[in-house]
Design a protein. Sequence first.
Length: 121
Amino acid sequence: MKNKKTLVLGASKKPEKYAFKAISMLVEKGHSVLAIGSNTGDVAGITIRTKAIPLKNIDTVTLYLNPVRQREYYNYIIETKPKRVVFNPGTENPEFYQLLQSNGIKVEVACTLVLLATNQY
């Protein structure tokens, strides 16, 4: 299996949140995970940071932020140059799709958990 370095944006240490489940499943499936959320914490051995840090070689950014909260990360994500951005249910944002695509970044409107569970990640 290919390790896809993934940034989980909108990470949470609350077990009922999908971002928490995504971090856990990504780690379980052997992917390197970085996590940024509004509160610090630890999920499956991954530390959640509250500040955007410069990143390199990111394959996938998976979003768990609503479109309004995504705005402050537009430039950050584009500068990080991931291969793709996964918009999980509830994060759909056509304005951001266009920005990403015009910067050569693939847009995937999907559920990270489903992609992982069905080996399509």
